[in-house]
Design a binder for this molecule. Sequence first.
Ligand code: SIN
Length: 542
Amino acid sequence: MKTIDTNYLIVGSGIAGLMSAIHLCTRGRVLLVTKKDRADSNTNYAQGGIACVVSSEDSFEEHIKDTMGAGAGLCKEDVVRSIVSAGPERIKHMEGLGIRFEETEGSVVSGYDLGKEGGHSKRRVLHSGDMTGKEIERVLLARVMAEPNVQLIEHCMMIDLVCTSRLGATSENRCIGAYFLNGRSNEIFAVRAPATILATGGGGKVYLYTSNPDIATADGIAAAWRAGARIANMEFIQFHPTCFYHRDAKSFLISEAVRGEGGMIVDADGHRFVDDYDSRGSLAPRDIVARAIDDEMKRSGMPCVYLDIRDKGRDFLLRRFPNIFSTCLSLGVDMAKDLIPVVPAAHYFCGGVQAGIDGKTSLPGLYACGEVACTGLHGANRLASNSLLEALVCSDVMARKMCEDDADKCVVEVGIPEWEIGDAASSDEQVVVEHSWNEVRTCMWDYVGIVRTNKRLERAFRRIHNMVEEVREYYWEYLVTPDILELRNIAQTGELIIMSAQRRRESRGLHCNLDYPDMDVALNGVDTVLERAVSSDVARQG
Ligand code: SIN
């Protein structure tokens, strides 16, 4: 088995991974590993933009207040303050790298064409049309590829983190790298590094309906859990209210910016029913809008609701939302003339690997940055467009802190053992894997979705726990493939979500349990933290 030594191992090639690589490569050798093509990341699909205070009509205090308001008593104020106030400098840095945000000619307040999204009291979302993520990914990738100190490896999937406790070491448990499966050659190799950075994003694919691309299988969260790192607030899954509802549109999002520009959610009769739930109507925070839609769909039996932005006119829509306009049109919906059919879908994990804004997790040597991390910025519900900001700021803080700590200088003395194949055989039963994928995702959607009950959670736990066990057996019996590894991760993450949801005996932010319909003020500021003892059976290793 080949083992590669590096100073920094980064897993994932979205904004968090690429930015971390850009910061760290001035300091040491960076190996960035991504499981599909280099641009396959959640970042690439981000439509809305980056929330940041850049207007003279806005203030840090207002952005902080909006973030904490959405977060429903679970945001960490010091974290929110640090991230919000570091935003403008990070935006300048991005612009220095070549990223262009849309500007408004003659604007005296900022120069930028600022978008508005749910829960924001001001226009503060910098964007590049409706393809902000694509622009960010394009520029950052080009930059990373030009750095001699960064090596990027594609189509290699992390199997498991390697920790000293699993190798029989008696000293403090420490992450020293990871095993990977090359999805093209089926070879397994290891990477050894004093600092391993998870930038693997979230896991919308745990649910049947999601706005996320196929890669979003919570790989980092599941691997960190198996390695013994603390995981927090997994019950807070954000469902985006407006995914395009169309047989042929897989995971296509209709950005909240459409509502920011005046789009209204209506039922089939044109009634603006969200106004009946919240005075902010269609632009209330996402938890409220998604629940209102879910309620309305269940009550009326309609398979979807609609977004109406016809009154803005074709020219405006084409200019502001070129990608959404053309995608809808290609599927027979003309935004300038038709109502857009939409449904809520799993969109963002507010919880994840517990980490500081410096990326440090509870496991020495392991860092987490971006959606995979739970830093305390989002609390019980993320404010729209705060996530790219979090990744930008935290990657910078993490790199600085690593330099201060000499994180890359810590010598890894332990060798990584050979990967043991044991008696594992090649599986010819792809049907089992496919069936299990569907079973996990359907169960999570039906029982652990927008609205939960104790009974549904119990039922889900029994089923998903069985799946975790079954997948574990399967994992041991057969040679690993990317599909099996992803299945193992979504099943494990589903179980973490259910365990967290069962622990929280209240409704707060994105977690709504009909058996505990009220918020319990005694739980303000109380995270749901899961931790497990590491045993030696968690990875097939020597
Ligand atoms: C959107 O464009 O609606 C998504 C933005 C976000 O999730 O922050």
